[in-house]
Design a protein around this ligand. Sequence first.
Ligand SMILES: *[C@@H]1O[C@H](CO)[C@@H](O)[C@H](O)[C@H]1NC(C)=O
Ligand SMILES: *[C@@H]1O[C@H](CO)[C@@H](O)[C@H](O)[C@H]1NC(C)=O
Ligand SMILES: *[C@@H]1O[C@H](CO)[C@@H](O)[C@H](O)[C@H]1NC(C)=O
Ligand SMILES: CC(=O)N[C@H]1CO[C@H](CO)[C@@H](O)[C@@H]1O
Length: 500
Amino acid sequence: MLFSPARCLILLLLFNSTDAGRILGKIKECVRNLLLQKAKQPLQHVKEGRVHQQLDHFNRLDFSTFPQRFFVNEAYWRRPDGPVFLFIGGEGPIYEFDVVAGHHADMAEEHGALLLALEHRFYGDSINPDGLKTENLSDLSSQQALADLAVFHQHISQSFNLSHRNTWISFGGSYSGALSAWFRGKFPHLVYGAVASSAPVKATLDFSAYSNVVGLSLMKEAVGGSEKCLAGVREAFAAVEAVMGGNASRVAVDFGCCQIPKDLDDQIELMQNLADIVMGTVQYNEEGVLMPIHELCGVMTNKSEAYVEETEAYNRLVKLAQIYHSSSEEPCLDISHEKTVKDLMDTTVHSGRRAERQWTYQTCTEFGFYQTCEDATCPFSGMVTLRTQTELCLKLFGISQHSLPGRVAFTNTYYGGDNPHTHRILYVNGGVDPWKELSVVQDRAEEGEEAQTIFIKDTAHCADMMSRRVTDRRSLQEARQEIEKHVDSWLKMAALEKTV
Ligand SMILES: *[C@@H]1O[C@H](CO)[C@@H](O)[C@H](O)[C@H]1NC(C)=O
Ligand SMILES: *[C@@H]1O[C@H](CO)[C@@H](O)[C@H](O)[C@H]1NC(C)=O
Ligand SMILES: *[C@@H]1O[C@H](CO)[C@@H](O)[C@H](O)[C@H]1NC(C)=O
Ligand SMILES: CC(=O)N[C@H]1CO[C@H](CO)[C@@H](O)[C@@H]1O
């Protein structure tokens, strides 16, 4: 382990009091917080600002606004013509370290770039007090977020006296990686090039492929997986289902649940949370906070541990849950579906860290991305279906399930899905990361066209966005060099164009 989980978990505890939510979300937040911890660079250069944005850019008779937060780091900027590196915020708050640490910051130092980070509307502090009310969420969309970026471009250009000589490059990962690609796609006159890391640009209602890739990654020998590991996981989930059907109290005791999973809803919640531990491990692998894949597979296959044969797989999963539990310091595993729904229905903006309600809204209205387990390749519980996942759209926002396919189709028509005819966008993906399935991983074969994709065979979600570390895999080091070459060539090209 490179970092102590305990440290992260103190942060997790602090931040955790507002949202119950899925373990996968918590793991994701924990990864972000770890970066914060590791950003050793002093934060004194960072300035915070606000830009007042129209709540609805597309209704000129609506004059309501909200304050949108941004961070600026001028420490490396070569005035007045140095480039501008924009880090785009996604479905969560931004932090000072977003303009201090990470691969984009390393590159900013080398290129004398002005570093900016803009928080996504309705996340973090960039939300009005009544913003979480369902009727007000109608102003939350990726289209509005892109218009925010255009206004922000104007705002910064004015306040820093920028001209056409300052070349803008955008960066983002995961959802914000998609925004980075779409910003360049829709506003090519504002941003010269874009890096899109692990960007799911293809909206997909039923993202069954997610679990499929998790299974394949558990078999990947390059990251410590094996066929036995996948088989063990599959067997364990089947065993938990079987035991739960016979004696729900036993499952509650074994997995340290806060409640006995009597109702079907709570049983699904439990199966989802157990799957999240495995999903989170695979999605973040070596960047993660829990354990990498090889350790998970160690627990699921270790022969030197004595288990009773008929309950072996079940008990291995119990052990895995204990490892998660011991690092999470939550008193017990909350599997109350009612509580999850109640938390998601809460519309008070009592903390800048609320994200689940907003993100659920975006999945219902734009993207889908439901990690279902209905087909035979899924190693987890088939109780997690598209139906159970999309019921929330109706419950929380009154959005009918049968309207979802049309909404997802619109998103793909609007942006181009995984076949956007865009130029100077670099899509970076990792072979272990389930999200690669919804990204652009193959270059369009066009003569003389610069490569648009980088595929890192054995890394996980957004690994390339971290600052360089000596312990990085060779493939990751090479990928970063490749990204640097692209950024370098964009800046050179832009400089040439501007002297003409
Ligand atoms: C921008 O330019 C104006 C006029 O040239 C000047 O007064 C102002 O100080 C400049 N602002 C910055 C941030 O450089
Ligand atoms: C169910 O499991 C609990 C906890 O392990 C145990 O105390 C109880 O005897 C079991 N009940 C039955 C009917 O097996
Ligand atoms: C297997 O289990 C033994 C006994 O608990 C432990 O010492 C060993 O480190 C484990 N090996 C792996 C690969 O997890
Ligand atoms: C800022 C904004 O548009 N707020 C609206 C949220 O919704 C309520 C109705 O419930 C409106 O009154 C607010 O104007």
